[in-house]
Design a protein around this ligand. Structure first.
Ligand code: CMP
Length: 220
C-alpha cells in the first residue's frame, strides 16, 4: 500500500495517518463494488487482489478498460468531477481495498501537495494509456492488441520464472476478449497462434510469456 501513488512522497508518519483515515473493504470474486452510472464520492486503492473496470454498450456487450492490481487507485473521477461512475468495478479475485472519503481527501490535498502530485501522475498515465488504446483499436489488428494486452498485464502481474514471465491474470477467456475489444473466437485464435509459435504457454487464468521480445514486437 505504501508504494501506491497516493502515498508517494509522504513520510512514514503521514503515510500511516492517511492509511488510518481509510476504511477497509473486502470483496469476494465476482462481487461488484459499484456500477457504471452510480453516484460516488469515494476513492479506492487496491491492497491485494484484482479489480476490473468495465463498461457495457447499448447492445449489452462488455468492454474492459483496465484490470488493476495492488497499489493502483480508482474512483477518482467522480470524486474530483462530481458525476456518475464512468465504469463498473468488479472484483476478479478475492480483493482487499482501502477507501478514502471525499472530505478526507480534500483535507489531505490541502495539507500534503505530494498527494495531489501522486494522483495527477496516475491520471496522466491513465490518459496516455487510454489514448494508446484508442489508437490500437483504430490502427492495430486483433493479434497486435492481444500481444499488447499480454505485455500490459505482465507489467502488472508478471513474475519472472526460469522459462519466461508467468502472468497470473485471473481472467476468463471471455474477460480477456473484453479487454482486447474483440470476439472470444478471434482472441483465442491469436493466442493459439502465439502458443503454436512457442511465444507463450496458455494455462487456465494465466499465461507464460516464453519469448517476450517477439510478443513485444507483435504489440508494436
Ligand atoms: P469513477 O468514474 O469515479 O469510477 C470508475 C473509475 O474507473 C474512474 O473513476 C477511474 O478511476 C477508472 N477509470 C475510468 N476510465 C478508465 C480508463 N480508461 N483506464 C483506467 N481507469 C479508468
Amino acid at each position: 500500500l505504501k508504494q501506491a501513488p497516493l502515498f508517494r512522497g509522504l513520510d512514514r508518519e503521514a503515510t500511516s495517518a492517511l492509511a488510518h483515515t481509510m476504511s477497509t473493504i473486502r470483496l469476494s470474486r465476482g462481487a461488484v463494488l459499484f456500477h457504471e452510472g452510480d453516484s460516488g464520492n469515494q476513492l479506492f486503492v487496491v491492497v491485494s487482489g484484482k479489480i476490473k473496470l468495465g463498461r457495457t454498450g447499448s447492445t449489452g456487450r462488455e468492454n474492459l478498460l483496465e484490470v488493476l492490481g495492488p497499489g493502483q487507485m480508482f474512483g477518482e473521477l467522480s470524486v474530483f468531477d462530481p458525476g456518475p461512475r464512468s465504469t463498473t468495478a468488479t472484483a476478479v479475485t478475492a480483493t482487499e481495498l482501502r477507501c478514502l472519503e471525499h472530505e478526507d481527501l480534500v483535507t489531505w490535498l490541502k495539507d500534503y501537495p505530494q498527494v495531489a502530485q501522486g494522483i495527477m501522475a496516475q491520471l496522466a498515465r491513465r490518459l496516455r494509456h487510454a489514448n494508446d488504446s484508442v489508437s490500437d483499436l483504430v490502427f492495430s489488428d486483433v493479434p497486435g492488441r492481444v500481444a499488447k494486452a499480454l505485455v500490459d498485464l505482465s507489467g502488472r502481474f508478471g513474475e519472472q520464472r526460469p522459462e519466461g514471465t508467468l502472468v497470473h491474470h485471473d481472467l476468463t477467456q471471455e474477460e480477456l476478449a473484453q479487454l482486447v475489444g474483440a470476439s472470444r473466437e478471434t482472441v483465442n485464435k491469436a493466442l493459439a497462434d502465439f502458443a503454436a509459435r512457442g511465444w507463450i504457454r496458455l494455462e487456465p487464468r494465466s499465461v507464460t510469456i516464453l519469448d517476450m521480445e517477439r510478443v513485444s514486437r507483435r504489440a508494436r
